[in-house]
Design a protein around this ligand. Sequence first.
Ligand code: FE2
Ligand code: FE2
Length: 213
Amino acid sequence: MITPEHLTGFLMMHAGFRAEFGRLAEACGDPRDDAHEELLAEQLALVLDMLHAHHSHEDATLWPKLTGRAPQAADALAELESEHSVLDPLIEAAADRGTPLAGRAPVLRRLHELVNEHLDHEERVAVPLMLAHLTPADVEADRRQAMDDFGRRRVPVILGWLASSADARLLATSYADLPVVARLMFRLFWWPAYRRRFTRLYGTTPADLILEP
Ligand SMILES: [Fe+2]
Ligand SMILES: [Fe+2]
């Protein structure tokens, strides 16, 4: 049995996916110049890679574990898994560097809609099962897996992306969970750098964050 706070990392990822494909669909429709196009392509590749890693982890580890502990939920979880397969061709089309970004914008818009529907469904069905059947040790194993998926070099950008996407409450819980050195690095370096990246990507400034030391 775990508390809702244990699912902060999982829900932060969802918040990141919910926000970013819509932002990318808008910006990819009309890149300013080659440098902007390159930065958008890099951001898109990163977020698609994270979405793929998130789905793979759910299909290979999380759903089988929950099915083992709550066999009555097998059908509901199989349905979530089949939604991943529906999203796969869109993810593939969105990642296709053979198509200019402007040509991929409609795919990104569709991906934005379907990802949000999938995450609504997942939060309705899977989150209650996770709360009832996961242990703190399971959550810690998931956290380590996510850090492996991020890779050390990408952590600053990924944390910036997630912070630019989450609501204040989720962000505060997630920030409080970081080791003290990471909190310091995030406040002093990672977030200011990501704000500049966000402005280069999307032409606007992200909302200010309220971060306790
Ligand atoms: Fe998920
Ligand atoms: Fe999912």
